[in-house]
Design a protein around this ligand. Sequence first.
Ligand code: C5P
Length: 311
Amino acid sequence: MNPAPVTVTVPAKINLQLSIGPLQPNGYHDIVTVFQALDLVDTIEARPATDGVRLQVVGEGAESLPTNSNNLAVRAAQALARFHGIPPNVDMTITKRIPIAGGMAGGSADAAGALVACDYLWELGTPREHLDSIAASLGSDVTFCLHGGTAIGTGRGETLTPVLSTGEFHWVIAFSHGELSTPKVYAECDRLRKVAGINAGVAPNYVSDLLINALRSGDSELLASALSNDMKPNDLQPAAISLKPDLQRVLDTGLELGALAAMVSGSGPTCVFLASSQDHAFALAAELSGTGVCRTVRTAKAPAPGAKVQR
Ligand code: C5P
């Protein structure tokens, strides 16, 4: 065991495209998504211990999170130890900045961070393909949080193909009052489709060319038009708004204030707004914050690296 504490940062994700197929017998939907990691990060510190996994959580929403094996980070440490046949002895502190149940993979990020932190602390050098499969067993977004950057996700979202993204994109993030449960948002998506007579019988296999070209160009105006014109980027957005109708006002307010594009992040209720530059993002964040339509506003750059040991 490494005697020194290790600190890992791990990013939040947004979905620039989230196309949902039918519900499968395993309880998941087939999806095609384009993930992008933001430099809004949680931090996981892992220290040597002798008596199992201990977890403390501080920061954004910490008081509402479990610190036992209901926390995905604890399950991640246990799963890694089990894979290697060693006792799961670690003392972890998570500092949260990613909103909880916000559609930005906060819990998945902590699991990915715990995997990398414990792998380093326990000096295991787990090959990447094994880390990936442990990550996938923990949750659909955990693998992407390990890798970061920009990637197409298929299957449940755990099968990744990297996407070339140049330059930097600037985002304003509006944290909502309250949370949304991911399974409930997926179920609402199914319900709305049934009511509308939409048959989602086939797994989606289409990634927007406009989106891929915009990412390659690094041009935020092109990205904005890909998000606005080419398609309805997030199939879960109508479901999130149906469960939390005030989200429409958050999106409209951001657009009125000059955001290049606005969308619900994943299953919500966090909303994200594309800005043309860092200065634009700061100005938009200040104005959005002043309107009082959301709980907290942050800015973030993308793409950001995946779970990473800080030296
Ligand atoms: O994989 P994860 O634990 O993050 O998924 C949470 C829930 O979200 C699943 O139990 C399922 O209800 C829903 N989900 C889905 N299809 C996906 C990913 C998640 O239906 N591709």
